[in-house]
Design a protein around this ligand. Structure first.
Ligand code: FAD
Length: 485
């Protein structure tokens, strides 16, 4: 039996970050990972999607090059190369994670871990190797236990997997989850995306750029429902302008085999109808990845949806067993998993830990991009805040004009009495980078006056936060002031 101070099950952005921090704190650490290091984020989520988004951006830039006085004729894309580049980026980063674990003295064991006692796991040969063909990846352990590992403390960081849609036809060939979408070897001519949240919206935007005819079906009344209302509505308008059909308040009730190998998708809602698609991409929901983990053997409690319950120190119901990341269902984001990983490792190593969920930025890499941090306008009002809304459009920003990306706006929610920033919502160019200032403003409890009074380099997209703050104070420079009534 191998013995360690800390055993981490799962090598995603929660697990590998926890392992590195714990090793740096002087613990003897082992990570068991059944797939490639890096988890969903690196192999099936954040990174491969963004690599494909980048190819789409380059393609789009060339398609619109004439506007910029650049002649680019016969522009076309090669989807095989798009995939190759994506896979190369992923492989390089996954190798980098393995290298970092090694450099920090962390033992990485490949296999599927299953609890036999609270701090003892047996490792089985993993069922399926990672592929990008959409094949089974979450298969149960294939072989007998090959060895046992025990540790003083265990962190469960096994992440999440796509939720299955409980509708007839969900198992038909051509109906893929986000994982399966990576296996597509060509851009579908007709794509139906079920779910208009971050994952579904990103895939819809991406394939629309490559020329697919895309329909997004979203149950709620607008896209990206967790974002501020105005942002979701703006994304809907933008998608429609790009030719994407957005059906809100609608649900897919069944998928059947249609004519000529197509899939027939039945849609219920205000405008119930059927439509044909080559591929249906299910982008709704995630469930915890706890299959064959043996949680029940050791008595780790889960909530009604199967996510592991943890207290404010990330402890599960079983002593010496912690859980972090998606498997806790807290906020299914890579940077939250990593934040929890660092905190768990520090606590286990006997250091004080800083676990703070009050400022969690999030980005969605659609075109236009979306990013946000803090409260939406509705949430702020529902929480009893009297608010000031500070807004500024990219169309009024010099830098946005020069880059030719003038769609969207920044909306800051601030407290009425003290003007403290309660939330920042961006739709537009480089939103995913610009949100860092909003997150810092919230961390430092900055006010609109402080944002407005900070000199921002000109001409930059970053000026938009300052401009919005000035508008929120009733002192806009580059947009007309609101008429006094
Ligand atoms: P995971 O990354 O899921 O890693 C868990 C690991 O545990 C996996 O490698 C798995 O193989 C392993 N494992 C599971 N069970 C066992 C076992 N029994 N034994 C051994 N190993 C096991 N988040 C963002 O912040 N930004 C984004 O832009 C973003 N884009 C996304 C796009 C898509 C398409 C998807 C699906 C997700 C995206 N996410 C994004 C979410 C992000 O990927 C997750 O929040 C993040 O990966 C969670 O990290 P984790 O460490 O908790 O788990």
């Amino acid at each position: 039996m191998l013995e360690f101070d800390l055993l981490v099950i799962g090598g995603g952005p929660g697990g590998y970050v926890a392992a590195i921090r714990a090793a740096q704190r002087g613990l003897r650490v082992c990570v068991v990972e059944k797939d490639r290091p890096g988890g969903v984020c690196l192999n099936w989520g954040c990174i491969p999607t963004k690599a494909m988004v980048r190819s789409a951006e380059v393609y789009h830039a060339l398609c619109t090059a004439a506007e910029f006085g650049v002649v680019a004729e016969n522009v076309r894309y090669d989807f095989a190369v798009v995939r190759e580049r994506r896979d190369a980026v992923v492989t390089e980063l996954a190798d980098g994670v393995a290298g970092l674990l090694e450099a920090n003295g962390v033992t990485l064991i490949e296999g599927h871990a299953r609890f036999v006692e609270p701090t003892v796991v047996e490792i089985h040969e993993a069922g399926a190797s990672p592929t990008f063909d959409g094949g089974p990846r979450y298969a149960a352990p294939a072989g007998p236990a090959v060895r046992r590992v025990c540790a003083r403390d265990v962190i469960v960081a096994t992440g999440s997997v796509p939720a299955q849609l409980p509708i007839p036809g969900a198992e038909l060939p051509g109906v893929v989850t986000s994982d399966g979408a990576f296996g597509l070897t060509e851009v579908p001519s007709r794509l139906v995306v079920i779910g208009g949240s971050a994952v579904g919206a990103e895939w819809a935007s991406l394939f629309a750029t490559y020329g697919a005819e895309v329909v997004v079906v979203e149950m709620r009344n607008r896209l990206v429902p967790s974002e501020d209302d105005e942002v979701g509505e703006a994304l809907g308008r933008s998608f429609r302008r790009r030719g994407i059909t957005v059906l809100t308040g609608a649900t897919v009730t069944a998928i059947t085999e249609g004519d000529g190998g197509a899939l027939r998708v039945s849609i219920a809602g205000p405008a119930a109808h059927e439509l044909d698609a080559d591929i249906v991409l299910v982008g709704v929901g995630r469930r915890p990845n706890t299959a064959q983990l043996g949680l029940e053997v050791v008595g780790v409690e889960t909530d009604a949806r199967g996510f592991i319950e943890v207290d404010d120190r990330l402890r599960t119901s079983v002593e010496h067993v912690y859980a972090i990341g998606d498997v806790t269902g807290r906020a299914l984001l890579a940077h939250v998993a990593s934040h929890q990983g660092v905190a768990a490792a520090d606590m286990i190593a006997g250091h004080g830990a800083h676990l703070d969920y009050s400022v969690i930025p999030a980005a969605t890499f659609t075109h236009p991009e979306i990013a946000s941090v803090g409260l939406t306008e509705d949430a702020a009002r529902a929480a009893g805040h009297e608010v000031v809304i500070a807004k500024f459009p990219f169309a009024a920003l010099g830098r946005a004009k020069t880059v030719g990306e003038t769609e969207g706006f920044v909306k800051i929610i601030a407290g009425r009495a003290h003007r403290e920033v309660l939330g920042v919502h961006i739709i537009g160019p480089s939103a995913s980078d610009l949100i860092a200032e909003g997150a810092l403003a919230m961390s430092l409890e900055a006010t609109l006056e402080e944002l407005a009074g900070t000199i921002h380099a000109h001409p930059t997209l970053g000026e938009i936060g300052m401009e919005a703050a000035m508008a929120g104070l009733g002192l806009p420079v580059h947009i007309a002031p609101r008429k006094k009534r």
